[in-house]
Design a protein around this ligand. Structure first.
Ligand code: SF4
Length: 90
């Protein structure tokens, strides 16, 4: 069912203040990450919080590509949490 597929299962988090703008996440997952004019990456349609970190809830089908983006980040500022138990996976 398409509804099931779009159910949010994970939370993508970006510690944007510490992003060095290398572009690796954008190369790996261009449907979720883009470069901004200030030279740092953004989560596309992510929510920007007052502390300048970003977050976005994603569904199971989008977990793998974002895990690859997180693994590609040289300064480890991309994190993914599982929503059901708040377990930090990376
Ligand atoms: S891979 Fe990490 S440091 Fe590089 S642009 Fe993406 S979030 Fe920023």
């Amino acid at each position: 069912m398409s509804e099931e597929k779009s159910e949010k299962t994970h939370k993508l988090e970006h510690d944007r203040p510490n992003c060095i703008g290398c572009g690796a996440c954008v190369a790996v997952a261009p449907d979720f990450w883009e470069m901004d004019d200030d030279g740092k990456a953004n989560i596309i349609k992510g929510k920007r919080k007052p502390d300048e970190t970003e977050e976005k809830e994603i569904s199971e089908k989008d977990f793998k590509v974002n895990m690859e983006a997180a693994e590609s980040c040289p300064v480890n500022v991309i994190h993914i949490k599982r929503l059901k138990d708040d377990e930090k996976l990376i």
